[in-house]
Structure formats: structure tokens, C-alpha cells
Design a binder for this molecule. Structure first.
Ligand code: PEP
Ligand code: CO
Length: 499
């Protein structure tokens, strides 16, 4: 690879970096990402090390049976190549700094939980397509450059509200993601198996490798929009509007090419980054490496790890681990977040108020954002910090419905309503505008496939439709059409705010 994660041939000027040199950060050969500590491997604070989290209370961790087996897995992981590089991570950090200042917009999205058996070319391609299409729509309507960050190539571990699950008279450990155990309700499947962490590394590497190849090969080139077509949306109500948009971008592209006498793809390319929740600390710390010629430690399993609402305790192991790595960090913020506690977390994770270091991902829910978000914005603003604020309109809007007819009649089904997701986002834009802060990004659980997990949207999916193609084992995702529609609605909203 060159000096960037995944490089996309450019679609429109706003999608790309302005200038060919913005991304040539360093000589790639300097970044060997050795796993062995090197002379300049220096933690910002001498009390921190990649293992110092072990002295804190670590919630949401798998309970493995055999410590010897765990140690040999950790040793194996430490010997494996990293998945990303520190100069890619630095490139993302600088883009997130721009997003925090309102000069860019972050689009972060992907599955709630990736599955090993979905590490297939079609699934990976459709995820990439929907994120690219959404970013195109956001650029077109919102007029801001967009940074794309996938919830993929490592999103294999899930926090759970309960350690155990009971069905009839049987109680087993909860499913915690493919990195930990398997979803089938059987004792052997639910047993946490440390070897799955190595499998997670392998699937992440395969996913990222395929994404890098697709994009380097020109998959995202607007000169070939047919690559992005998803067959099942031939008759989508959104298709005409989307095609109008790509046509108009294609016209601008041809105009620019004739003026510049070059193809825009030769002038500029754009990036794609990865993220996942830093949950299983054995994995995250095994993938934490020192890098020659740079100070500090880097989590080289992903560009942007995030800490979830269940593990963002300032005294806990997750915050202890994250404070010592150099990556940009996501922090989830929700109805249970106390603003003073959040400031304590920010002091630990971002003592120097570095641009692009913190992505505060708020997820209150359509009914709670009006009361909950403003105190958080005011507290952060009063602290004088510049963070990136991003809205996750998914996690506060999960509900259980009971379809009154159809194959799942009378059953409890976890879903989300398109209208609630949109309502949270619309309120987020308004609350930020009133508070004098900037909403710099969005965070979605989505898939490029034709699933039926969330209701509503242009096709008006109902509770009775859920049984048709409900595939998630954890949270419900927007399907391809719902995701594209959401992007169109946000883009319109962003356009009207900026006028
Ligand atoms: C998630 O992003 O999948 C998640 C569990 O989020 P949260 O920590 O916000 O509940
Ligand atoms: Co989720």
C-alpha cells in the first residue's frame, strides 16, 4: 500500500483532498510497526503501559477457562502483523480535526457486529458501496468534504447488558460477538474461546485487504458508477433522485477534466478508514505497538477505536488502556453520562486538547436528546475543548415490538423506527446550532444488504415485514435503501443549514 489506508479514485472535488501532497506524510519505510519496543517507545505518562489496564476493573470481558491458552493466544497475536499503520492513523486524526472545526463531515457506519461467516466478497463489497454512495450524497447536498470510517475490519466484540441469557430453563453466557463466542444457544457455542481472537485478526485482515484492493483498483471511480449498483434497488423509489445526483457530479467531473486537461482521478484520491469498539482488552493491548521514529504507542488493529457507554468509566480498565495510545478515540455519550464524569474522561484521554483526538459520539434517542444533549455540549464548551461531535441516532432508539400478524406474530423483536432515527438527527442539528457547537458527523449501524431489521423509510417497512430478512444477532441495522434515504435527508438538512 501507499501512504494511505484505502485510496479511492475521486468522484468530485469535494470528496477528495485538495492537492496531491496532502497525504504524503512520511517515508513508509520508517513505519515498520515492529512489535518489539524500540528506543523511542515512550508512553506519555510513565505509569501507563499497554498492560497497565490489568490493574483496573475491566467490565464486559470474556471469562476464559484456561489462562495458559489465553497467554499463548496473546503471544501469538503480538507476533502477527498490524492491520493499519501509524501514518494512516495520523491522516485520520488530521481529518477529524478539520471535522471538529466544521470543515469536514464524518460518516461512520457499518454492522453492529461483523460476523466471521460474512467475511465474503459480496458482503464486503456491498458495505463499501453503500458507504461510498452515502458519502457522495452528503458531499453533493452538504457541500462539505466527507471522511469515511467503516465499523468494519475488527467490529467483532459486543458489550452486553446481561452476562447470562436464559431461555426456558436453560441459562448460558450471552453471545458477545464472534471474537468471543458464537450466537447459537448451545453450551459449546457460548463458551468463550480465546482462539477466536486470532480468527478475528485474520478476518479483519482479509476484509481490509479486499477493501484496499477494490479501491486501489478504481472501484469507487465515478467514471464507472455501474460498479456501485446494487441489483435489488433497480426499482427503488430513491433511484431516480440518486441517478440525478451522480449525473450532475459526472457532468462537473467532465467539466473539470476538460478545464484541467487531466482526469480528476489522477489528481486526487480519497481515504477510507476503519473503526471498532475497543472492548476485549487482551486483543487491543496485544495489537498495541511501538513505532520506529515516533513517540508513543499505537493500536494498529484499527484507525479509530471507540469506548462504549458501558465501559467509559474514568477509573475503569478501558479508559486506562485508551489514554496511552496515540489513535483518535471515539467516546460514546448517552442518557447515563454525567457531564462532570465526561470531563474527567476527557482530561484522561485528551490532556493536551489535541485537534482530532476525540470524537464524542452522542446517542441519546429521539425522546431523550432534547433534555440530555445540551448539558453535555455546554460542559464541553465551557471546558474550552475542541472535540468532534458526532450523532449516533441508532443506539438510543432500539425498541422491542410484537408483530400482530405474519410469521413472527406475538414474538418480541428488537427493532428501530426510521422516523425516530431521523428525528434524533434533526434535533441534533438544531441543538448544536442553538448551543453554538458543530455537529461534525454521523454514526450509523447499517448494511449494504436488503435486510428488514428497522421499520419505516421510503418503502414503509412494517413490524410484519421484519421476519422477511432479519439477520442481525445483535442490533437492527438500516438496510441499503434506508441508509441511502437517510443520507439524502441529512444532506438536504445540511444544505439548508449552510444557506
Ligand atoms: C455499539 O456502537 O454497537 C454500541 C454497543 O454502542 P453503545 O456503547 O453506544 O451502546
Ligand atoms: Co449496536
Amino acid at each position: 500500500m501507499g501512504a494511505n489506508p484505502v485510496q479511492v479514485r475521486v468522484l468530485s472535488p469535494a470528496l477528495c483532498e485538495l492537492g496531491p501532497n496532502t497525504r504524503t506524510l512520511e517515508d513508509p519505510l520508517n513505519d515498520r510497526n515492529d512489535s518489539k519496543p524500540v528506543a523511542n517507545a515512550q508512553a506519555a505518562d510513565s505509569t501507563w503501559s499497554p498492560e497497565s489496564w490489568r490493574d483496573r476493573s475491566a467490565t464486559q470481558q470474556p471469562l476464559y477457562e484456561d489462562p495458559g491458552e489465553v497467554q499463548s493466544v496473546v503471544d501469538h497475536l503480538k507476533s502477527l502483523p498490524p492491520l493499519v499503520t501509524s501514518w494512516e492513523i495520523e491522516a485520520l486524526r488530521s481529518q477529524l480535526g478539520e471535522a471538529a472545526r466544521g470543515q469536514r463531515f464524518l460518516l461512520q457506519g457499518g454492522d453492529c457486529a461483523e460476523r466471521f461467516d460474512e467475511c465474503t466478497p459480496d458482503r464486503i463489497t456491498s458495505k463499501l458501496k453503500i458507504l461510498l454512495q452515502m458519502s457522495l450524497v452528503l458531499v453533493h447536498g452538504g457541500g462539505r468534504r466527507v471522511t469515511r470510517v467503516g465499523r468494519f475490519a475488527g467490529q467483532y466484540a459486543k458489550p452486553r447488558s446481561a452476562d447470562l441469557e436464559t431461555r426456558d430453563d436453560v441459562t448460558l453466557p450471552s453471545y458477545r460477538g464472534d471474537n468471543v463466542n458464537r450466537p447459537e444457544f448451545e453450551p459449546e457455542a457460548r463458551r468463550p474461546d480465546p482462539e477466536l481472537l486470532v480468527r478475528g485478526h485474520t478476518c479483519s485482515a482479509m476484509t481490509l485487504n479486499f477493501i484496499r484492493s477494490l479501491i486501489d483498483g478504481g472501484f469507487a471511480d465515478l467514471h464507472h458508477p455501474e460498479y456501485w449498483d446494487l441489483g435489488f434497488v433497480q426499482h427503488s423509489p430513491l433511484r431516480a433522485e440518486y441517478e440525478r445526483m451522480t449525473d450532475s457530479i459526472g457532468d462537473s467531473l467532465r467539466f473539470m477534466e476538460s478545464v484541467a486537461d487531466a482526469t480528476v482521478g489522477q489528481i486526487n484520491r480519497v481515504d477510507f478508514f476503519t473503526s471498532h469498539e475497543a472492548l476485549v482488552l487482551l486483543y487491543e493491548s496485544a495489537m498495541t505497538r511501538a513505532v520506529p521514529h515516533r513517540r508513543g504507542f499505537w493500536n494498529l488493529s484499527t484507525h479509530m477505536p471507540w469506548v462504549g457507554v458501558r465501559t467509559a468509566d474514568p477509573l475503569g480498565a478501558h479508559v486506562e488502556y485508551l489514554r496511552g495510545i496515540r489513535n483518535p478515540l471515539g467516546i460514546k455519550v448517552g442518557p447515563g453520562t454525567d457531564p462532570a464524569g465526561l470531563l474527567a474522561v476527557l482530561d484522561l484521554l485528551d490532556p493536551d486538547d489535541e485537534p482530532g483526538r476525540i470524537n464524542l459520539i452522542h446517542r441519546f434517542g429521539a425522546h431523550k436528546i432534547a433534555a440530555g444533549l445540551r448539558p453535555v455540549l455546554d460542559a464541553v464548551k465551557a471546558s474550552g475543548r475542541t472535540v468532534l461531535f458526532c450523532c449516533d441516532p441508532m443506539h438510543g432508539n432500539t425498541e422491542t415490538v410484537v408483530p400482530s400478524s405474519g410469521p413472527w406474530k406475538g414474538m418480541n423483536v428488537k427493532t428501530r423506527k426510521f422516523a425516530h432515527i431521523l428525528a434524533e438527527l434533526e434535533q441534533a442539528f438544531e441543538i448544536h446550532a442553538r448551543a453554538g457547537t458543530t455537529l461534525g458527523g454521523v454514526h450509523f449501524e447499517l448494511t449494504g444488504d436488503d435486510v428488514t431489521e428497522c421499520t419505516g423509510g421510503a418503502r414503509g417497512l412494517t413490524d410484519e415485514d421484519l421476519a422477511r430478512s432479519y439477520r442481525t444477532h445483535v442490533d437492527p441495522r438500516l438496510n441499503y435503501e434506508q441508509s441511502l434515504e437517510m443520507a439524502m435527508l441529512i444532506a438536504k438538512r445540511m444544505g439548508s443549514w449552510s444557506r
